[in-house]
Design a protein around this ligand. Structure first.
Ligand code: ADP
Ligand code: KDG
Length: 319
């Protein structure tokens, strides 16, 4: 069995350094929250499998080639000839503002059903990684997420759920109704502080809002809750009452998209290596920092021997 199994939608990603409407030059790559996590884990030497559907088309071939090249196990990925691979376009509209466009309605990934991931579940894994994005793709993918969570829980795997709310795909209410029933299966819930209200009612504008939201998640059955706080780092609480907060690394911000996925890969890597919670957070922050300090969702993520690289003084040339 692999260390981590994940599945979801990976798309052709067209990246523009400027505005589409004036014809900016494109770079083509692939993007998808779940495969970003798989690549981050594979770079650190973990065995990560991605099981998803792509179309029988050039974008689909780019997705599979990229994941294969990154050492992600795609033996359970499949090609669906009846629908296209999804696509997204990312415009760096002005220096600090990115605009994303999706072409994913009716994509191959949106046709995923529980039957498609059964073989991958049968192979086994130590950790199942799920994100809220997959459930937003349609009823079949949402059912697949539920079936996978139930299977993993029943077989004693660690189940990690990253809320990853995408308001372009569904409302917070829809996401909440879909994701809350999964909480009893979830070992590790990962969310940005602003995503907590999606999965927890206890969040209000009061001073201890986050505290109560996390209380509610732990009561709902989650074993540990990890809250991402952007440039401020991240916090951890578990059902046994442990709590930790670890500051983010100070790095120049190049491109924040993908930071959450990188963070998640770092956290799961620490979990697989048996690190205690504060060190898991530190590794998660390190991967998040690599993602924000480099262009692309996953291109700049570190290999294991590069984990200490960001400790170098700014402007260092390694020779
Ligand atoms: P998301 O990308 O899911 O919205 P965040 O913005 O909270 O998530 O970022 C995820 C993680 O990436 C943070 O917890 C932190 O580890 C890292 N990170 C984000 N922004 C910065 C930053 N400006 N400097 C350093 N690390 C960052
Ligand atoms: O987390 C980065 C993702 O936003 C990106 O890779 C594309 O999966 C994606 C999505 O649905 O936004």
């Amino acid at each position: 069995p692999v260390d981590v199994l994940t599945f979801g939608e990976t798309m052709l990603a067209v990246q523009l350094p400027g505005s589409l409407a004036v014809g900016a030059q494109a770079r083509t790559t692939v993007a998808g929250a779940e495969s970003n996590v798989a690549i981050g884990l594979a770079r650190l030497g973990h065995r990560a499998a991605w099981a998803g559907l792509v179309g029988d088309d050039e974008p689909g071939r780019l997705v599979l080639r990229t994941l294969r090249a990154e050492g992600v196990d795609i033996t359970r990925a499949a090609v669906r000839a009846t629908a296209p691979t999804g696509a997204m376009l990312r415009e760096q509209r002005v220096a600090d503002l990115v605009r994303v466009h999706y072409w994913r309605d009716g994509s191959a990934a949106s046709l995923l059903t529980p039957a498609d991931i059964e073989p991958a579940l049968g192979d086994g894994a130590r950790v199942l990684h799920l994100t809220g994005i997959t459930g937003a793709l349609g009823p079949g993918p949402l059912e697949a997420v539920g079936a996978a969570a139930a299977h993993a829980h029943a077989h004693g795997w660690t189940v990690a759920l990253d809320v990853n709310h995408r308001q372009r795909l569904w409302t917070a209410d829809e996401a909440g109704s879909a994701l809350r029933p999964l909480l009893p299966y979830v070992t590790v819930l990962i969310a940005s502080d602003d995503e907590l209200p999606v999965v927890s009612d206890a969040f209000t504008e009061s001073a201890d809002a986050e505290e109560r939201a996390v209380d509610a998640l732990l009561e709902a059955g989650v074993r540990e809750v990890v809250v991402k706080r952007g440039g401020e780092g991240a916090a951890f609480r578990d059902r046994r009452g442990a709590r930790h907060a670890v500051a983010a690394l100070r790095v120049p911000v190049r491109d924040t998209v993908g930071a959450g996925d990188a963070f998640c890969a770092g956290y799961l890597s620490g979990l697989l290596d048996g690190l205690p919670p504060a060190e898991r957070l530190a590794r998660a922050n390190t991967l998040g920092a690599f993602a924000v300090a480099s262009d692309g969702d996953w291109e700049g993520l570190p290999r294991r021997d590069e984990l200490g690289l960001l400790a170098a003084a700014p402007g260092t040339a390694i020779r």
